[in-house]
Design a protein around this ligand. Structure first.
Ligand code: SF4
Ligand code: SF4
Ligand code: SF4
Length: 140
Protein backbone atom coordinates (compact mmCIF):
# COMPACT_ATOMS: atom_id res chain seq x y z
CA UNK A 1 0.00 0.00 0.00
CA UNK A 2 1.22 3.47 -0.89
CA UNK A 3 2.07 5.83 1.97
CA UNK A 4 -0.04 8.94 2.40
CA UNK A 5 1.33 12.38 2.88
CA UNK A 6 -0.32 15.58 4.02
CA UNK A 7 0.09 18.04 1.22
CA UNK A 8 -0.49 21.81 1.44
CA UNK A 9 -2.68 22.01 -1.65
CA UNK A 10 -3.45 25.69 -1.77
CA UNK A 11 -2.61 28.99 -0.21
CA UNK A 12 -5.77 31.06 0.13
CA UNK A 13 -5.05 34.46 -1.44
CA UNK A 14 -7.74 36.11 0.69
CA UNK A 15 -6.05 35.05 3.94
CA UNK A 16 -2.40 35.22 2.85
CA UNK A 17 -0.69 38.49 3.92
CA UNK A 18 2.43 37.78 1.81
CA UNK A 19 4.74 37.65 4.84
CA UNK A 20 6.83 34.91 3.12
CA UNK A 21 7.12 32.86 6.32
CA UNK A 22 5.95 29.70 4.56
CA UNK A 23 8.62 30.12 1.89
CA UNK A 24 11.41 30.63 4.46
CA UNK A 25 10.25 27.59 6.45
CA UNK A 26 10.31 25.21 3.47
CA UNK A 27 13.73 23.53 3.18
CA UNK A 28 13.06 21.71 -0.13
CA UNK A 29 11.87 25.02 -1.65
CA UNK A 30 8.57 23.48 -2.72
CA UNK A 31 6.62 26.75 -2.51
CA UNK A 32 6.72 28.93 -5.61
CA UNK A 33 5.20 32.16 -6.92
CA UNK A 34 3.06 32.39 -10.00
CA UNK A 35 1.03 35.48 -10.94
CA UNK A 36 1.79 36.86 -7.44
CA UNK A 37 0.17 33.82 -5.77
CA UNK A 38 1.88 31.00 -3.89
CA UNK A 39 1.62 27.36 -4.89
CA UNK A 40 3.27 24.12 -3.77
CA UNK A 41 5.09 21.59 -5.96
CA UNK A 42 3.75 18.15 -4.99
CA UNK A 43 6.96 16.33 -5.83
CA UNK A 44 9.28 18.67 -3.94
CA UNK A 45 7.04 18.87 -0.87
CA UNK A 46 8.06 16.49 1.92
CA UNK A 47 4.83 16.94 3.85
CA UNK A 48 6.55 18.28 6.99
CA UNK A 49 3.80 20.92 7.40
CA UNK A 50 6.26 23.54 8.72
CA UNK A 51 4.63 26.02 6.35
CA UNK A 52 1.25 25.37 7.98
CA UNK A 53 2.75 25.81 11.47
CA UNK A 54 4.33 29.17 10.66
CA UNK A 55 1.30 30.62 8.90
CA UNK A 56 -0.45 32.76 11.50
CA UNK A 57 -3.38 33.40 9.18
CA UNK A 58 -4.44 29.81 8.52
CA UNK A 59 -4.06 30.46 4.80
CA UNK A 60 -2.76 27.01 3.87
CA UNK A 61 -5.21 24.20 3.16
CA UNK A 62 -3.95 20.63 3.53
CA UNK A 63 -5.15 17.38 1.96
CA UNK A 64 -4.13 13.76 2.45
CA UNK A 65 -2.76 12.24 -0.75
CA UNK A 66 -0.67 9.25 -1.83
CA UNK A 67 3.06 9.83 -1.89
CA UNK A 68 4.97 9.15 -5.09
CA UNK A 69 5.77 10.44 -8.54
CA UNK A 70 3.14 12.40 -10.40
CA UNK A 71 2.74 10.88 -13.86
CA UNK A 72 -0.18 12.92 -15.17
CA UNK A 73 -3.91 13.26 -14.69
CA UNK A 74 -6.91 11.21 -15.60
CA UNK A 75 -10.39 12.66 -16.21
CA UNK A 76 -13.39 10.72 -14.96
CA UNK A 77 -15.93 11.03 -17.79
CA UNK A 78 -18.86 10.16 -15.50
CA UNK A 79 -18.04 13.04 -13.19
CA UNK A 80 -17.01 15.59 -15.82
CA UNK A 81 -19.65 18.35 -16.05
CA UNK A 82 -18.36 19.50 -19.45
CA UNK A 83 -18.10 23.01 -18.03
CA UNK A 84 -14.74 23.37 -19.88
CA UNK A 85 -13.24 25.52 -17.13
CA UNK A 86 -10.11 23.38 -17.39
CA UNK A 87 -9.58 24.66 -20.94
CA UNK A 88 -9.40 28.31 -19.84
CA UNK A 89 -6.08 30.12 -19.36
CA UNK A 90 -6.57 30.76 -15.66
CA UNK A 91 -7.22 27.09 -14.79
CA UNK A 92 -3.89 25.45 -15.61
CA UNK A 93 -0.83 27.70 -15.98
CA UNK A 94 0.48 25.51 -18.75
CA UNK A 95 -2.72 24.81 -20.72
CA UNK A 96 -2.32 21.07 -20.24
CA UNK A 97 -5.96 20.12 -20.81
CA UNK A 98 -7.59 19.84 -24.21
CA UNK A 99 -10.77 18.63 -25.88
CA UNK A 100 -10.92 15.48 -27.97
CA UNK A 101 -13.86 14.46 -30.20
CA UNK A 102 -14.65 10.87 -31.06
CA UNK A 103 -16.12 9.76 -34.40
CA UNK A 104 -19.67 10.37 -33.07
CA UNK A 105 -18.79 13.98 -32.19
CA UNK A 106 -18.76 13.26 -28.45
CA UNK A 107 -16.32 15.56 -26.60
CA UNK A 108 -13.91 14.47 -23.88
CA UNK A 109 -11.43 16.44 -21.79
CA UNK A 110 -7.92 14.97 -21.86
CA UNK A 111 -4.59 15.73 -20.23
CA UNK A 112 -1.58 16.40 -22.51
CA UNK A 113 0.45 13.46 -21.24
CA UNK A 114 3.32 14.18 -23.62
CA UNK A 115 3.76 17.62 -22.03
CA UNK A 116 4.05 16.33 -18.46
CA UNK A 117 7.50 17.94 -18.16
CA UNK A 118 5.80 21.36 -18.40
CA UNK A 119 3.49 20.61 -15.43
CA UNK A 120 4.30 22.56 -12.23
CA UNK A 121 2.88 19.71 -10.08
CA UNK A 122 0.77 22.27 -8.21
CA UNK A 123 -2.36 20.05 -8.19
CA UNK A 124 -4.42 23.21 -8.80
CA UNK A 125 -6.42 21.30 -11.45
CA UNK A 126 -7.19 18.46 -9.02
CA UNK A 127 -8.45 20.96 -6.44
CA UNK A 128 -10.37 23.31 -8.72
CA UNK A 129 -12.36 21.02 -11.04
CA UNK A 130 -16.03 21.71 -10.18
CA UNK A 131 -16.98 18.08 -10.92
CA UNK A 132 -14.08 16.58 -8.93
CA UNK A 133 -13.32 14.76 -12.17
CA UNK A 134 -9.55 15.37 -12.44
CA UNK A 135 -7.37 12.87 -10.57
CA UNK A 136 -3.58 12.70 -10.28
CA UNK A 137 -1.89 9.51 -11.48
CA UNK A 138 0.68 8.76 -8.80
CA UNK A 139 3.28 6.02 -9.06
CA UNK A 140 5.44 4.72 -6.20
S1 SF4 B 1 4.85 20.85 4.00
FE1 SF4 B 1 7.08 21.23 4.36
S2 SF4 B 1 8.06 20.64 2.43
FE2 SF4 B 1 5.85 20.89 1.98
S3 SF4 B 1 5.60 23.02 1.29
FE3 SF4 B 1 5.24 23.01 3.51
S4 SF4 B 1 7.28 23.48 4.45
FE4 SF4 B 1 7.63 22.84 2.29
S1 SF4 C 1 -13.19 21.52 -15.21
FE1 SF4 C 1 -13.64 19.40 -14.59
S2 SF4 C 1 -15.86 19.20 -14.87
FE2 SF4 C 1 -15.25 21.01 -16.05
S3 SF4 C 1 -14.85 20.20 -18.15
FE3 SF4 C 1 -12.88 20.15 -17.03
S4 SF4 C 1 -12.73 18.08 -16.20
FE4 SF4 C 1 -14.88 18.43 -16.75
S1 SF4 D 1 -0.64 20.35 -11.65
FE1 SF4 D 1 -0.76 22.56 -12.15
S2 SF4 D 1 0.50 22.84 -13.99
FE2 SF4 D 1 0.10 20.62 -13.77
S3 SF4 D 1 -1.74 20.21 -15.01
FE3 SF4 D 1 -2.49 20.66 -12.93
S4 SF4 D 1 -2.87 22.91 -12.89
FE4 SF4 D 1 -1.61 22.44 -14.72
Amino acid sequence: MKAEKLFPISINPNLCVRCQRCMYSCSPKAIFFKNSMRYVNYEKCEGCLKCVDVCEHGAIEVISIEEGKLEGFTIDEERCLKCYKCLKDDFCFQGLFFLERDEKGQEYVKFRAKSLSKCFKCLKCFKNCPGNAIFPIIKE
